[in-house]
Design a protein around this ligand. Structure first.
Ligand code: NAD
Length: 548
């Protein structure tokens, strides 16, 4: 696929104002003198032929002048609608500044305001009213090359709950990260909103709400719509990867179970989170010098993240020689009712594999005292739950306690980086869900805590799946991705308390993950292409480069 076709141009190639209005081809003031002549642009642009660097400088100047994250989000969305390549150049070269705007936390605010800040359509809206004609709707998508779908039904948008059709910001943002972090070509990305209604009364009462104004579909009607969507997506875009995003618990686990052995699909909230967390644990073990099989993990929370993390930790412990039943017994969860144990009776299906025999324990500190975990992983979205007493107890039991406060956004973190280091006399191995600034303790020790950000994992995994035409997504792929990410963390990173490499290097991390995941696909017979002689070269060759 040519990024910027040069003359002789294909029949379909737009000219004049049509070209300037096509964000996939528009270069704005950077069209050369020659292009201005050939493409009917002479006079339609200011005289100066700009470089992309000059355009980038203008974007940054305007971006930094804006006062609120939401206005920055709107500005970047408009840029994406005007000049896709320039948008991706900005995001790729300034990930620390741009990612919190195009994704969490600002994207959450943008979703809440979707009907109010709406300017132009982006992505595909498939609604309950499209039952029986979903394939026809999907054929309206202009890019036949679509190879990666991110789909949500908007029921559990980040930590914000049911946002109905407003949730479209999430697939759009996530796919932008596929392109920015791993170079998945924008034409291969298809954001889908499965609009099944909403139970959010405030939205239903909002005159500017743009979704279906009805209560959420449930039961068989819901399942039939999802089924038709999955079948249609494979019919219209054969082999397309489907990533489920921000579905509520009661559908997320079910849909993954139903489709993971039928089509190439995964759920990032469950599997991507697991992979980035296991990577952080592997980095921590390089510091402690301990083995995976000797760990005891305690999750605060027992939802999508906790279950996915525990499942992948079990896989990692099995690879380290522990048998499955024993490995499961090393993973524990605490939910709102206390320690998840076998005698609790009525337990959601996803919690049962981790409901072990134990006396009831009602609070997290009690669970830490009883189980003596080597690592605590916070994914319960209840702020402050890693209290001083909890962290001090972890530091008493362990020489280097592993403390991951992964709940998002920052306001939901189980403890801050400063708290984790202060309460453990600087011994904690800490990672967070939202970014925390580098810090220096009173005794002068300096720490650079880093985020267990899913963006390290899913873009590289997705790139590999698309390149090899993978038929299925397996746990082995996410475990390999975790190992590869951990291997990208240097000794210098570890020495300053960073369990992950800098986000600025995420494109190279993604490339390495893509190579590793592709190798698994070839090894396990899940690829639809022959293994090329030089896989590294193929992966780099396929990566979209936003420079022109
Ligand atoms: P979820 O809704 O599936 O699970 C939340 C769990 O927390 C539920 O099991 C619930 O019972 C439990 N819980 C609620 N109140 C509790 C309490 N008082 N004590 C103990 N447990 C309690 O959500 P999820 O997808 O698992 O996400 C959970 C959190 O993890 C969110 O804040 C999310 O932002 C964060 N997260 C972070 C990353 C990351 O950093 N890479 C990735 C995914 C999720």
């Amino acid at each position: 696929m040519p990024k910027r076709p040069l003359p002789p141009l294909p029949e379909w190639f737009p000219r004049g104002t049509s070209l300037l209005r096509d964000p996939t081809l528009n270069k704005g003031t950077a069209f050369s003198e020659h292009e201005r002549d050939v493409l009917g642009l002479r006079g339609l642009l200011p005289t100066h032929v700009a470089t992309q660097d000059e355009q980038l400088a203008r974007v940054l100047e305007n971006f930094r002048r804006l006062q609120t994250p939401l206005s920055k989000y709107i500005m970047l969305s408009s840029l994406l609608d005007r000049n896709e390549a320039l948008f991706f150049r900005v995001v790729t070269e300034h990930p620390d500044e741009m990612m919190p705007i195009i994704y969490t936390p600002t994207v959450g605010l943008a979703c809440q305001q979707f009907g109010h800040i709406y300017r132009r359509p982006r992505g595909l809206f498939v609604s309950a009213a499209d039952r029986g004609r979903i394939a026809q709707v999907m054929r309206n998508w202009p890019h036949r090359e679509a190879a990666m779908i991110v789909v949500t039904d908007g029921e559990r948008i980040l930590g914000l709950g049911d946002l109905g059709a407003n949730g479209m910001g999430i697939p759009i943002g996530k796919l932008s990260l596929y392109t920015a972090c791993a170079g998945l070509h924008p034409w291969k990305c298809l954001p889908v909103m499965l609009d099944v209604g909403t139970n959010n009364q405030a939205l239903l009462a909002d005159p500017l709400y743009l979704g279906l104004r009805q209560a959420r579909l449930t039961g068989a009607a819901y399942d039939e719509l999802v089924e038709e969507f999955i079948v249609a997506s494979q019919e219209v875009f054969p082999g397309v990867v489907v990533q489920f995003e921000d579905f509520a618990n009661h559908n997320a686990f079910r849909l993954l179970r139903r489709y993971r052995d039928r089509v190439c699909c995964f759920n990032d909230d469950i599997q991507g989170t697991a992979s980035v967390t296991v990577a952080g644990i592997l980095s921590s073990l390089r510091v402690t010098g301990q083995r995976m099989r000797d760990q005891t993990f305690l999750c605060l929370g027992a939802g999508e993240a906790a279950t996915g993390i525990s499942d992948l930790l079990v896989a990692a412990m099995r690879e380290d020689g522990l048998d499955e039943a024993l490995a499961r017994r090393r993973c524990w969860m605490v939910d709102s009712k206390g320690l998840v144990i076998a005698s609790r009776g009525e337990l959601a299906e996803h919690k049962r594999p981790y409901a072990h025999e134990h006396a009831p324990v009602v609070d997290f500190l009690g669970a830490v005292r009883a189980l003596k975990p080597t690592a605590i992983i916070g994914v319960g979205a209840v702020p402050g739950t890693f209290s001083e007493a909890v962290v001090r107890e972890m530091a008493r039991i362990n020489e280097r306690p592993i403390v991951f406060a992964l709940s998002n956004p920052t306001s939901k973190a189980e403890c801050t980086a400063l708290q984790a280091y202060e309460w453990s006399e600087g011994r904690a191995l800490y990672a967070s869900g939202s970014p925390f600034d580098p810090l220096t303790l009173a005794d002068g020790r300096h720490f650079v805590p880093r985020q267990g950000n899913n963006s390290y994992i899913f873009p590289g995994v997705g790139l590999a799946l698309v390149i090899v035409g993978a038929t299925r997504v397996t746990d082995a792929m996410f475990l390999t991705a975790a190992r590869t990410l951990a291997a990208c963390t240097t000794e210098a990173d570890l020495a300053q308390g960073s369990l992950y490499p800098p986000l600025a290097g995420v494109r190279e991390v993604s490339a390495r993950i893509a190579v590793a995941v592709a190798e698994i696909a070839f090894r396990d017979g899940l690829a639809q292409i022959d293994r090329p002689e030089d896989l590294v070269e193929l992966v780099h060759h396929e990566m979209y480069d936003p420079r022109y």
